[in-house]
Design a protein around this ligand. Sequence first.
Ligand SMILES: *Cc1c(COP(=O)(O)O)cnc(C)c1O
Length: 225
Amino acid sequence: MSVEENLQQVNQVIQSACEKVGRKKEEVTIVAVTKYVGNDKTKEVLEAGIEHIGENRVEGALEKWEAFQGQANFHFIGTLQSRKVKQVIDKYDYFHSLDRPSLAKEFQKRCPEGKKIRCFVQVNVSGEASKFGLAPEETIPFIESLKDYPAIEVIGLMTMAPFEEDPEKTRPVFRGLRELRDEVQSQRFPHAPCTELSMGMSNDYHIAVEEGATIVRLGSVLMNE
Ligand SMILES: *Cc1c(COP(=O)(O)O)cnc(C)c1O
């Protein structure tokens, strides 16, 4: 199927997940994860009306930016090595995986004059050893410490749920992230409005939307032929 056809189905899934819990579909933004595909398919994504694309590696991130700068909002969704920050900092609009002080320091150091770096703090809600991110209990102290880096604005939290045959099993992870987001918001940190929840991938985004996702990161469900 074309990206456009896939997108129609995805939109229906998001719509019904929203209806189920009394949310508005407009509250959910799709980031198309283009890491598996080349520029032709990415062009199809943009032509289908998607305005946000996500990449998880610096090489692919730069390639997509070269080809589509000015035509999309760019999300860096993968783990970012500090030494590579300078290659993407002035090009990408959102960073989904802020998870350590050294990365925050590098963002601050490399931030172009006058720019704010819009970040999600990545949290390992599930506790899976293979997942990156802060432990839930480390999250608020970490966010508080980011006040020392005026270039950084914490716009939300991000998590990856473990892959489950039965996506329903991911629900506690997404709910946990939402509760943590609410807790961060209640602190009213000026540098951390933390309104967004980046959660949900192809296998589990319907559950994530029911639990409050404002950004879903979708690769295979959109790009599959
Ligand atoms: C690859 C990737 C996705 C998308 O994965 P799909 O299962 O193909 O939708 C989302 N988020 C991150 C961080 C990824 O690396």
